[in-house]
Design a protein around this ligand. Structure first.
Ligand code: FES
Length: 226
């Protein structure tokens, strides 16, 4: 039995679509060819930030178009790119400190702790909380709490203090990765071995193999050597 269609409004124009579709699929069903505002289709890339409202409800809601199913009388607009502040910096020249955060993003201190960012996050990240940690200079905590951020920009789009939370968070993740995370000793050892030429001969041999030989070598490899 075919599904009853429901009415939705995309960029102000009405369309009839099946109720089981995501916003993204409904847009394609309605004839939109998505060039911007689409990427992974799986909730990972952050390209499909969307704002919507449903009839009879004054509240503006936010969602990822690839993860959210349409509702009757939904008014939809996409935000494929949000022009948030994105400060230039050279990571090699920075120190992992509170002063660095404030120097690069002075607006950090304007945060009102209103929590709109947390309510807007489709990843359920407590953005307000990591912003509080950023204001205390706890870069490791910001890096940890914002780890699942997909940079969709919805926190920033709704922020009354016009913060660029997701750009502040990625700065913290970069500072953490470069300066604060424990170093992987085994990685340093392997890089030293590579630089000393330990793998030059095996690499030369692999490059000389045919496609067929390469496939056979791959299929016969020890997946988990004892
Ligand atoms: S298309 Fe990548 S998160 Fe929706």
């Amino acid at each position: 039995m075919s599904e009853e269609l429901i009415s939705i409004y995309i960029m102000g124009k009405r369309y009839e679509v099946p109720p089981s579709l995501t916003i993204m699929k409904a847009m394609e069903y309605a004839g939109y060819k998505l060039v911007r505002g689409v990427g992974c289709r799986g909730g990972f890339c952050g390209a499909c930030a969307t704002v919507y409202r449903t009839a009879g409800d004054y509240r503006l809601k936010v969602a990822l178009a690839c993860q959210t199913v349409v509702e009757p009388e939904m008014y939809i607009a996409q935000i494929p790119f949000f022009p948030a502040e994105r400060a230039p910096y050279k990571l090699d020249e920075l120190e992992p400190t509170f002063e660095t955060l404030v120097q690069i993003y002075p607006e950090l201190l304007r945060c009102l702790s209103c929590g709109t960012c947390t309510k807007s996050c489709p990843q359920d990240i407590d953005v307000k909380d990591y912003m509080a940690k950023a204001m205390r200079g706890d870069i490791a905590a910001v890096a940890d709490q914002s780890f699942d951020c997909i940079m969709c920009g919805l926190c920033t789009a709704r922020c009354p203090a016009e913060e660029a939370q997701y750009n502040i968070a990625i700065l913290c993740r970069r500072l953490y990765g470069k300066y604060l995370a424990p170093k992987a000793e085994h990685l340093s050892e392997r890089v030293a071995e590579i630089e000393a030429g330990k793998f030059d001969e095996p690499m030369r041999e692999i490059r000389s193999l045919s496609d067929e030989e390469l496939r056979q070598r791959y299929n016969e490899r020890d997946i988990e050597p004892a």
